[in-house]
Design a binder for this molecule. Sequence first.
Ligand code: ZN
Ligand code: ZN
Length: 132
Amino acid sequence: MDVRNCKRCKKLFDFNGSSLCPACEKEMEDKFLEVRKYIMDNPTATMPTVAEENEVPIQQIKKWIKEERLSFTKASGMSISCEKCGRAILTGRYCSECKKSVTNTFSALYAEPEVVREKKKAENAKMRFLNS
Ligand SMILES: [Zn+2]
Ligand SMILES: [Zn+2]
């Protein structure tokens, strides 16, 4: 049996693929609903405000955003960067264009040497320039 310390309350629990024990998992789920509602009610709130008002670490909010469970609103002026091309996005890990190519070449992505990825990034930047 694989036993881990919960990342949040440090209690031991049977590892189930999550870094949180079931109790904390449940609490975070409740928090998530709270935060989502807060963002809907306060579309212009920035991430630090959301974190503070809901007593959730910013890292956790970012995680939810990367998981596409939460999304910034345009009105908040907040955004995160596409992990591939650096473009500003409101939710997820990639912009819609990169997401397309990521889904197509998902297994190849991690095998891709850093050099190639850097080169692609440069090409993306160039394209962005042409598009604007
Ligand atoms: Zn816990
Ligand atoms: Zn992108």
